[in-house]
Design a protein around this ligand. Structure first.
Ligand SMILES: Cc1ncc(COP(=O)(O)O)c(C=O)c1O
Length: 385
């Protein structure tokens, strides 16, 4: 029923599975027939605290009884509280809120350009990396250096150059007097869960500092504890100028954010940028709960441990995991299609994701337990056999 009606009324831009979920509890989802699924995808790295988390659900319900939205013409208490938590736990100084990852990256691109405009420097180009993914707006599609996302949408905005991940010479070859920033995912998510090398990131960061180029990390997927640190950049001993966030920040409520250093943030004066919904009561109430939970003693260490455990289990069933924390990808041999495996898994009550390069992707809720990882691994073994 929902399949026919869905196909009749919805624009067909998603390849959907013929399944609809009615409710969730912890890491489990239940479909309209009551069938239970173990969820290793978490709404594509979104549902940080799983489903029906008591504190998150309660906070959202309580907030809904008071006020959901007022606009950014006014000060919004939970928005300020979330900004404070983000600033106190990052290398940044100021926060802008929006509603999605693409919007966060779009804002970061605008901020980088505006910063150099204010400095009266003719710098506007952003360097991004092949295989990366930054969103679906016109500028972020252009920032996404993959032809399949761009085809048919030209002309796209100008001012982007592409380099190869883990290849510092390729970055040097595209830097010129107009370079404003590099924008990079520290682990490419959609591209296939491909980690940037530590040496490369450190060299890239030094190069940016030396040439006064802004360093933007797209932590839309890696952020908010996903890799076992609050932000993935903490693994590299660097201080990005701009950090973009979305996905896991709201635990399922749409929200995006840009954290920037004071000097750069100053360029967004009234009138330069904005968002009607950005950081409203509903979204920031959710984000506050998510951050407070993720920052509780031992939570992030737990993510690291569970990530190692999941990797071990995946190795035991013959897979070749890569990634950090609970952001893990397993490239598959050519004779096994990741999309076929994911479809079969779904029939068996296991939700896994796919990513570029024929990769299975595991980004479960961060509250997953070891015995739930066992259950997922056992199901996957059955499917792969
Ligand atoms: C690294 C990264 N940046 C940006 C985006 C775009 O986020 P959104 O879909 O919320 O616009 C994504 C989404 O997958 C992402 O993984």
């Amino acid at each position: 029923m929902f399949v026919e009606e869905g196909n009749k009324y919805l624009i067909g831009n998603y390849a959907r599975y013929p399944v609809s979920f009615e409710r969730g509890e912890g890491v489990f989802l239940y479909d309209t027939e009551g069938k239970r699924y173990i969820d290793m995808l978490a709404g594509i790295a979104v549902n940080t605290l799983g489903y029906n988390h008591p504190i998150l659900t309660e906070a959202i319900c309580e907030q809904a009884k008071k006020v959901l939205h007022v606009s950014n013409l006014f000060y919004i208490k939970p928005q300020i509280e979330v900004a404070k938590i983000l600033v106190e736990n990052s290398c940044g100084d100021k926060v802008f809120f929006c509603n999605s990852g693409a919007e966060a990256n779009e804002a970061a691109i605008k901020l980088a350009r505006r910063y150099f405009f204010d400095k009266k420097e003719d710098r506007y180009e952003i360097i991004t990396f092949e295989g990366g993914f930054h969103g679906r707006t016109m500028a972020t599609v252009k920032a996404t250096a993959q032809p399949k996302y761009q085809e048919g949408f030209e002309p796209l905005p100008e001012g982007f150059k592409y380099a190869k991940l883990n290849d510092i010479e390729s970055v040097k070859s595209v830097i010129n007097e107009h370079t404003a920033a590099v924008m990079i995912e520290l682990i490419q998510g959609e591209g296939g869960v491909i980690p940037a090398e530590e040496g490369f990131i450190r060299e890239l960061f030094s190069l940016c500092k030396e040439k006064n180029i802004l360093f933007i990390v797209d932590e839309v997927q890696t952020g908010i504890g996903r890799t076992g640190k609050l932000f993935a950049y903490e693994y590299f001993n660097i201080e990005p100028d701009i950090i973009t966030l979305a996905k896991g920040l709201g635990g399922g409520v749409p929200i995006g954010a840009v954290i920037a250093k004071e000097e750069i943030a100053k360029s967004f004066v009234p009138g330069t940028h904005g968002s009607t919904f950005g950081g409203n009561y509903l979204a920031t109430t959710a984000a506050k709960v998510v951050l407070n939970e993720v920052l509780k003693d031992g939570f992030l260490e737990g993510v690291q441990k569970k990530g190692e455990y999941l990797k071990k289990k995946l190795k035991e069933i013959g897979l070749n995991p890569r990634g950090k924390g609970l952001m893990i990808g397993c490239p598959l041999p050519e004779d096994k299609k990741a999309s076929d495996i994911a479809a079969k898994a779904l029939k068996e009550g296991l939700i896994v994701g796919t990513a570029g390069g024929n990769t299975l992707r595991f980004v479960p809720p961060l509250i997953i337990k070891e015995e739930e990882i066992d259950e997922a691994a056992n199901l996957l073994k059955k499917i792969l056999d």
